[in-house]
Design a protein around this ligand. Structure first.
Ligand SMILES: [Fe+2]
Ligand SMILES: [Fe+2]
Length: 317
């Protein structure tokens, strides 16, 4: 071995000192004169090796998949009645969802929540006008945030406090999934153009940050905000139905994803989908106002009211 190899090793930075000896041996074995060059080469080879180890062979992916991942995790509709029967236009129209139901603000926090939502509606009206499909995409991108944020924060609180959550987390996650299914449905029907997508994504990012902060400071107000947001959603979808009935929006066939998710008739149309989505929003409205009321009443845990019920699970969580 030439002495020049070891002379150059002394110039190696401290961080690379650990690699000096194997690099020197590597040089000797492969007749490389520069240790630094050898270290770089060794690092490159190591990276390639690591990459090969981390990249599974595609043809074995299915064989290696755990059995549990092969079980279907099908999104379930949020309304119990939607799961119980096939939904036709007639029974969708006969659902009593309280189209004009409104929770009057009772205190300052409620008023702030109410007027915040009302003031956010105005720019949306100006921007989207009668483009109800694109407006719905915007609405659902935002509406899918609160359930997930609420579930995350309550999950962390449950862990940190080492106590039961009170049975909310599952419901909040289900709400978030339901809103995302609304979004996936609307994306099947009509796709916003690039600049609309950019605006929607920007609004959602801002909303995510503000809502997360609000939920940490005042979950009661946060749920009230969602309650009012859902009241607006019910109104928006009612206008959507009127536009379809007036012939200004074509009543196309419902996408397959919607027929499967809401258990709709195979000949269902866009109008049926809007009726089903509006029914979901009405449930979100009632649920979130109820959550806010429970916090205010100091009776958060659902199990305080449900533990003696025959048909409710007894496992507190
Ligand atoms: Fe929705
Ligand atoms: Fe909703």
């Amino acid at each position: 071995m030439s002495s020049s190899v070891f002379t150059k090793t002394s110039a190696v930075p401290k961080a690379s000192a650990k690699a000096a000896l194997p690099a020197a041996m590597f040089c000797r074995n492969f007749g490389i004169k520069s240790t630094l060059h050898a270290q770089k080469l060794m690092a490159k080879l190591a990276r390639q090796d690591k990459l090969q180890m981390q990249t599974p062979q595609q043809d074995t992916l299915l064989d290696d998949m755990p059995r549990e991942l092969k079980l279907p995790m099908t999104p379930l509709p949020i309304r119990a009645d939607t799961m119980e029967q096939l939904w036709t236009t007639k029974n969708l129209e006969s659902l009593d969802i309280g189209i004009k139901k409104h929770r009057a603000p009772e205190n300052i926090a409620d008023k702030i929540a109410y007027y915040a939502v009302k003031s956010a509606r105005k720019p949306t009206d100006i921007f989207f006008r009668n483009k109800y499909l694109h407006r719905s995409v915007m609405l659902e991108v935002v509406a899918a945030v609160p359930g997930m944020v609420g579930a995350l924060i309550r999950h962390v609180k449950s862990l940190q406090g080492m106590r039961h959550d009170g049975g909310w987390i599952g419901h909040l996650l289900h709400e978030a999934e339901n809103e995302r299914m609304h979004l996936m449905t609307w994306m099947e029907v009509g796709k916003p153009v690039l600049w609309e997508r950019a605006l929607i994504a920007t609004v959602q990012t801002g909303f995510f940050a503000v809502f997360s902060l609000l939920y940490m400071v005042s979950p009661r107000t946060a749920h009230r905000v969602v309650g009012y947001l859902e009241e607006e959603a019910v109104t928006s979808y009612t206008h959507f139905i009127k536009e379809i009935d007036a012939g200004r929006i074509e009543n196309v066939k419902a996408p397959d994803i919607a027929i499967a998710y809401w258990n709709l008739d195979e000949n269902a149309t866009l109008r049926d989908v809007v009726l089903a989505v509006r029914a979901d929003e009405a449930l979100h409205r009632d649920t979130n106002h109820h959550f806010s009321d429970r916090i205010r009443a100091g009776r958060e845990s659902l199990f305080e009211d449900l533990e003696y019920s025959e048909d409710q699970p007894r496992i507190k969580h």
